[in-house]
Design a protein. Structure first.
Length: 306
């Protein structure tokens, strides 16, 4: 009831399985077979963990900090979103024609190298040789801020268009009912691969705390060296205030295309700890318990405030 634009509903697999659209489920095999290349960089994330920020970081490092070049084309063209055309369970009726055809799998297949591919699919749904073939940057964020950010995302994006309360949304999140759930399985699968030479595992909170240092780690990982001047420019380029204003990355164009509501922004607040402005003590306690249960027996730890 709280997702008035969902007509087909979500495709939920076995208990604990992965949640996406029936359209994705019909084509899941295509993603398992999508051929990675040696010179690809894949940005793999659970939604709202800093995907867009990291894509732009990676694009800039790969392209020698060509800010001018970056502004010429929107990020979703420079760094395509693999499963995007398979996401929409119900098209907004007034969506422009061809909305789903903006970028398709075949176009990504044929893109010139080096490709920088965005996906929210968990590793086990991608080509089994991905990590042995391509470089993968996985970014995660503490789940409290992810819940808040995902709530605003569900209010902004018209195919999701959530109309319920935060409390209800957080419960859907914890019950693994939302797109790309379950969060922990997604993150822990990548965490288990963090020492693979082709994997760079990043935390959003580290990027907030030490952007320059994290840029240097990405550059090292990609075998690039940046001059001091390039590094300083890139830090400024990626700072929230500048990023939010940059039309090639802020997705404000999605409003004209009809897949976003007018109210709200994709590059929204960019803080660690915004959950404190949202959770009641009761909800926070419930979330703490849920986090504790899911991290028991693992060595993954989240920082929820800086
Ligand atoms: P908030 O909703 O908490 O503001 P994704 O790209 O994975 O969808 O993640 C979006 C989140 O990353 C949003 O979080 C967005 O504001 C934040 N973000 C995007 N660019 C950022 C930047 N340059 N600095 C800090 N946070 C950024």
């Amino acid at each position: 009831d709280h997702f008035p634009n969902y007509t087909e509903g979500l495709a939920k697999g076995e208990p604990g399985g992965f949640v996406l659209t029936p359209e994705y489920a019909r084509h899941a095999e295509k993603f398992l077979k999508f051929q990675p290349r040696n010179d690809d960089v894949w940005v793999v994330t659970f939604p709202k963990c800093g995907t867009t920020w990291t894509q732009e970081l990676v694009w800039m490092v790969v392209n020698d900090c060509d800010e001018e070049g970056g502004r010429k084309q929107p990020l979703n063209i420079r760094s395509p979103f693999l499963e995007f055309p398979y996401l929409s369970p119900a098209q907004p009726t007034d969506a422009p024609k061809g909305f789903n055809q903006l970028i398709n799998l075949e176009m990504i297949q044929n893109m010139p190298s080096p490709r920088i591919i965005k996906t929210h699919l968990p590793l086990y749904l991608l080509h089994p040789n991905l990590l042995d073939t391509s470089k993968v940057v996985y970014v995660v964020r503490n789940p409290k801020d992810v819940i808040v950010s995902y709530l605003y995302h569900h209010r902004l994006i018209r195919i999701q268009h959530f109309t319920g309360t935060l409390d209800l949304f957080a419960q859907y999140f914890m019950d693994d009912e939302l797109f790309y759930s379950p969060f922990f399985a997604h993150a822990l699968e990548a965490w288990a691969q963090r020492r693979h030479p082709n994997m760079l595992f990043l935390f959003y909170e580290d990027m907030k705390h030490n952007l320059r240092g994290e840029i240097e780690r990405v550059a090292d990982f990609l075998g690039k060296s940046l001059s001091g001047e390039q590094l300083a420019r890139l830090v400024a380029h990626l700072r929230f205030e500048n990023f939010a204003k940059n039309e090639s990355v802020n997705y404000e164009g999605g409003k004209q295309l009809g897949f976003m509501n007018q109210e709200g922004r994709f590059i929204r607040k960019g803080e660690t700890g915004d959950w404190k402005n949202h959770f009641t003590p009761e909800l926070n306690a419930r979330i703490d318990q849920w986090i504790e249960k899911n991290l028991a027996g693992t060595d993954l730890k989240f920082v929820t405030e800086l």
